[in-house]
Design a protein around this ligand. Structure first.
Ligand code: DAH
Length: 339
């Protein structure tokens, strides 16, 4: 029996030695060292031996087991080492290499200007509202006194969706939602994204940002409108600005205006930026049309208001002298890093 055990151990050792991978070794291990393996079978035969023989056979069996286990562990460690070396060739991490430096993000210039304007109006008692980008024809047009045959409703200008929905073409619908929600008197602004079916070029985008403003109260006049607009503009440009109103037509205001600021490049003398006129057109505004107040559930005999629409995208372009609107949505880090 001792000779059998030694023969088995010798053949198992040579099989381990010639194994080419861990799987092949495992086969040998289960076959010889396993619970139902050949060494275990010898163990079962021990009981049939004489006491003397059992001692010497037991020694041989334990010796075979110990040397096989050792051979197995050594070879296994060698295979694992090779595998690790292979892995480290392609996949490694050196915790001692110094970091490349933190690259912090920054706020988009549109977000920066929006934040500034929001805190300015917030400090003057205005509520900041949000409205849906997918609007109904009612809020985007009808409630704003825009007639059914108005060219703005055209397929060429508006992205129409199914079921009478559309992508809002301006932030003005939030005026109506704001009146319905807040009731008079109210002060609100609504910054947001708007959409037009435009051919994209350096000064036109299908998606851009506006900021709508509205104040409704008793006895609101053009003087109130002018006061808030001057406060807004000197806040943005960080200096006193001279403004003027020109008549402008928008169905939702009566009277309606274009507000111009005196050119800040030449101080009003005339230069290429203001096309020699001394003035730069900045924002449309006016006194809220009675029909719009009514659509918002407000009695126009008791309350009046002003409204304005600020082109946030345009304002950012003016402030930073950006000559192509497409930069703003490009996501280009070379552009964004400058702010
Ligand atoms: N909603 C207009 C547009 O996108 C801008 C506008 C004009 C807004 C006059 C107003 C306003 O509130 O009074 O072209």
């Amino acid at each position: 029996m001792i000779a059998d055990i030694e023969a088995l151990a010798a053949s198992a050792l040579s099989r381990i030695a010639s194994a080419e991978n861990l799987d092949q070794m495992e086969v040998v291990r289960v076959e010889v060292l396993g619970r139902k393996g050949t060494l275990a079978d010898f163990g079962k035969l021990m009981g049939k031996l004489s006491a003397e023989d059992r001692v010497s056979a037991g020694k041989a069996l334990n010796g075979a087991k110990t040397s096989l286990e050792a051979a197995f562990e050594i070879k296994k460690a060698a295979f694992e080492n090779v595998a690790l070396t292979e892995r480290l060739k392609s996949e490694w991490f050196d915790p001692t290499i110094p970091p490349q430096g933190i690259l912090p993000g920054s706020l988009h210039p549109l977000t920066q200007i929006q934040n500034e304007i929001e805190s300015l109006f917030f400090s003057m008692g205005f509520t900041i509202l949000d409205g849906p980008e997918v609007e109904t024809e009612f809020y985007n047009f009808d409630a704003l006194n825009i007639p059914a045959d108005h060219p703005a409703r055209d397929m060429q200008d508006t992205f129409w969706l199914e079921g009478g929905y559309l992508l809002r073409t301006h932030t003005s619908p939030v005026q109506v939602r704001g009146m319905q929600r807040l009731g008079p008197p109210l002060r609100m602004i609504a910054p947001g994204r708007v959409f037009r079916n435009e051919e994209v070029d350096p000064s036109h985008e299908h998606t851009f940002y506006q900021l709508e403003g509205m104040m409704v109260d008793r006895n609101v006049s053009i003087a109130n409108l002018l006061y808030f607009m001057k406060t807004l503009l000197s806040g943005i440009f960080k200096r006193d600005v001279t403004v003027r109103l020109r008549p402008g037509f928008f169905p939702f205001v009566e009277p309606g205006f274009e507000l111009d600021i005196q050119c800040m490049v030449c101080g009003g003398v005339g230069c290429p930026v203001c096309k020699q006129s001394g003035w730069v057109e900045l924002l449309p505004c006016g006194l809220v049309h009675p029909n719009v107040l009514r659509a918002g559930g407000i009695n126009p005999d008791e309350f009046g208001g002003f409204a304005f629409g600020l082109g946030l995208t345009r304002l950012v372009m003016m402030r930073y002298l950006i000559d192509d609107i497409r930069w703003l949505q490009s996501g280009d880090l070379r552009f964004l890093k400058q702010f």
